[in-house]
Design a protein around this ligand. Structure first.
Ligand SMILES: NC(=O)c1ccc[n+]([C@@H]2O[C@H](COP(=O)([O-])OP(=O)(O)OC[C@H]3O[C@@H](n4cnc5c(N)ncnc54)[C@H](OP(=O)(O)O)[C@@H]3O)[C@@H](O)[C@H]2O)c1
Length: 236
């Protein structure tokens, strides 16, 4: 099996690359960081591939020579919080939406034609999409777009199975900078386990850790006005 993973130079994507490669897949590990890519390229079954996922030309050039793929996991992403919503920073908003959502469109244009019939597409969103959270206007909006994109693709892609991933908190360089508690956070290894098992079963949605995501899913049925009152209590 050939699995291409974006955001494979760190965190969840790096663990996915290592675990798929250990299981015998040929992994095409993508990212921008050449040093991390060189290190990944030393692993058996991992080929490194450098591109900026926000640049369609770079993606096309870097992936042109690859053969047909069994699995594409679009995982690259970044998080920046909005500290002052009253003085909205449109450049931060653009950065986050471009990295998390528009990049998926570029990757889909370049890579969907390479996925074999019967193959799989995995889009990594976030459990932030279950409920509006403080300071998450950019990150949450970008990930809400990813979730919608995945669900809508699952309707129209007849010969490719789509899996949407909604992680809770995972300890990675992305969350190391968080200055608030991260309830029920799991390691990147554990996150990769959850994803790999569910992708193997061709699940439509993966969410973890289950206790955390189930609580969010239950809170989602509250009237919005009540949730907004509770969420205001979460602000610093
Ligand atoms: N950690 C969590 O708690 C959590 C929770 C929910 C969802 N997620 C999602 O899970 C995914 C992985 O997150 P993580 O926690 O593993 O983050 P991470 O450790 O910071 O890794 C992010 C990865 O994305 C890549 N990336 C970022 N911008 C890129 C760009 N413009 N072009 C190409 N690659 C780019 C980075 O590679 P380079 O720097 O080499 O480009 C890196 O490999 C993200 O989509 C994130 O939103 C994470």
């Amino acid at each position: 099996m050939i699995t291409l993973i974006t955001g494979a130079t760190s965190g969840i994507g790096e663990q996915l690359a290592k675990q798929y490669a250990s299981a015998g897949d040929t992994v095409i590990a993508c990212g921008r960081n050449q040093e991390k890519l060189n290190a990944l390229g030393q692993f058996d079954n991992i080929q490194a591939c450098q591109f900026d996922a926000t640049d369609i030309q770079q993606i096309r050039l870097a992936t042109a020579a690859y053969p047909d793929l069994d699995r594409v996991i679009l995982n690259a992403g970044n998080c920046e919080y909005v500290d002052d919503a009253r003085n909205f920073d449109s450049s931060l908003f653009t950065r986050v939406v471009t990295t998390n959502l528009l990049s998926m469109g570029y990757c889909l244009e370049a890579l969907l034609p390479k996925i074999k019939p019967g193959g799989q597409l995995v889009l990594v969103s976030s459990s932030v999409t279950y409920l509006p959270l403080p300071r998450s206007q950019a990150y949450g909006a970008s990930k809400a777009g990813v979730s919608y994109l995945a669900k809508s693709l699952a309707i129209d892609l007849n010969d490719i199975d789509v899996t949407l991933v909604h992680p809770g908190f995972v300890k990675t360089p992305l969350t190391d900078k968080n200055d608030f508690p991260m309830p029920m956070a799991v390691t990147a290894e554990k996150a990769a386990d959850y994803i790999i098992k569910s992708v193997a079963k061709r699940r439509k949605e993966v969410h973890f850790p289950y206790r955390f995501t189930l609580i969010l899913k239950c809170l989602r049925i509250l009237p919005l006005s009540l949730w907004l009152k509770l969420a205001k209590g979460l602000t610093r």
